[in-house]
Ligand binder design. Structure first.
Ligand SMILES: *Cc1c(COP(=O)(O)O)cnc(C)c1O
Length: 388
């Protein structure tokens, strides 16, 4: 058996390495003898050529979610897309209503944006998910009001891997005349996305969670009927006035290529990752006191959030120097706060503090899994051993 390169990277849900095929595409758009021009330059051919590259990537991203290219707005990532969706929509639709519904276990880019909107005078209902990390359509229906204009619920949770039924939730939002936004940063390449079939009005995407570059993302903004949002970044009126700034051709081309590859490899990637997940779980069978925070029957296969009873998560993280994983907890100078997502699904504080998130990807190998298992079994048993 080949020994894997250390540390073993099991933190794909934080970010993924860029696929070399994506890097090759990106490299064409940077230097003086290449297509480096400003895609907004109308006065010369180099500008038009760069624009064509951007438009092809726009089509690739649109194709990946069943959208029209004119519905894609480039952003710096899913964080900005979430900010633009929530703040841009609520401000533009103020006269229709001031109420927004979301959940307590959204990514911070949604949670903190909704909290900022509360300070601005908007009202937010914070839905609490069940133990499975999901919001039920009936629960959303009970929270809807006459003045609800937007519902924002994520497609796949980044800490748990749980999957919301976004089509059903969007259906409820529309019954009440509200628009539906979903943060799909973790969903691309994991579940199939189709903005038409799933009735999505706004969808946030990220490049780097699916083997594209960091620093680029997109917001899908439905055109028929027209979803109105106000720009947060002004200057020049790029992206049909919704997001100004010179477009980073290489980043955009990279994200387009990454999502095109994702579509081609969707089945292969998921079969590979499912095998790794099964191997990982099987390898932990003999270890007692492990609980899955991830709803295993209904989650994406690449994220496994596990609690190790009686083991401090931070200590386990330290002991696993050769495995790159994350806890989801937040460290203050004085103490460690358990993950708000785990607390949000009702995980007891002590178990939340004993939890780690393992996430796999396209480049994870069986040897990586086997070696990580050896290290994990060893670390858990030595941390549980009574002190001598
Ligand atoms: C990573 C992530 C984001 C942030 O995306 P960036 O492109 O890094 O800004 C937002 N939401 C979810 C669910 C994520 O996993």
């Amino acid at each position: 058996m080949t020994t894997p390169t250390l540390p073993i990277y099991l933190d794909y849900a934080s970010t993924a390495p860029v696929d070399v095929r994506v890097v090759e595409v990106m490299q064409r758009y940077l230097t003086v003898d290449q297509l480096f021009a400003n895609p907004a330059s109308r006065s010369h051919m180099l500008g038009w050529q760069a624009e064509q590259v951007v438009e092809q990537a726009r089509r690739q991203v649109a194709d990946a979610i069943g959208a029209d290219p004119r519905e894609i707005v480039w952003t710096s990532g899913a964080t900005e897309a979430n900010n633009l969706a929530l703040t841009g929509f609520m401000r533009a639709n103020r006269e229709r209503g001031m109420h927004l519904a979301t959940s307590t276990i959204e990514h911070k880019a949604v949670v903190d944006t909704a909290a900022a909107l509360e300070k601005e005078g908007f009202e937010v209902t914070w839905l609490t998910p069940g133990r499975d990390g999901c919001i039920q359509p009936e629960q959303l229906r009970a929270a809807m009001r006459d003045d609800t204009t937007l519902v924002s619920l994520m497609a796949v949770n980044n800490e748990l891997g749980s999957i919301n039924d976004i089509a059903a939730l969007a259906g409820v939002a529309h019954e009440f005349g509200a628009a539906f936004h979903t943060d799909a940063a973790q969903a691309t390449g994991r579940i199939s996305l189709d903005v038409v079939a799933q009735q999505i009005d706004l969808m946030s995407l990220s490049g780097h969670k699916t083997y594209g570059p960091k620093g680029v993302g997109a917001l899908y903004v439905k055109r028929h009927p027209d979803i109105r949002i106000e720009a947060l970044i002004h200057g020049g009126g790029h992206e049909r006035g919704m997001r100004s700034g010179t477009l980073p051709t290489h980043q955009i081309a990279g994200m387009g290529e990454a999502l095109a590859l994702m579509q081609q490899q969707f089945d292969d990637d998921n079969a590979h990752i499912r095998r790794l997940q099964q191997r990982f779980l099987a390898g932990l069978q003999g270890v007692e006191g492990i609980f899955a925070n991830t709803p295993l029957d209904s989650a994406v296969p690449n994220i496994l959030n596990l609690a190790f009873e009686g083991v401090d998560g931070e200590s386990l993280l330290m002991a696993l120097r050769d495995v790159a994983v994350s806890t989801g907890s937040a460290c203050n100078s004085a103490s460690v706060d358990p993950s708000y997502v785990l607390l949000g699904i009702g995980t007891p504080r002590s178990l939340a503090l004993s939890s780690l998130r393992f996430s796999f990807g396209r480049f994870t190998t069986e040897a990586d899994i086997d070696h990580a298992l050896t290290l994990i079994r060893h670390a858990v048993s030595s941390l549980r051993a009574p002190p001598r």
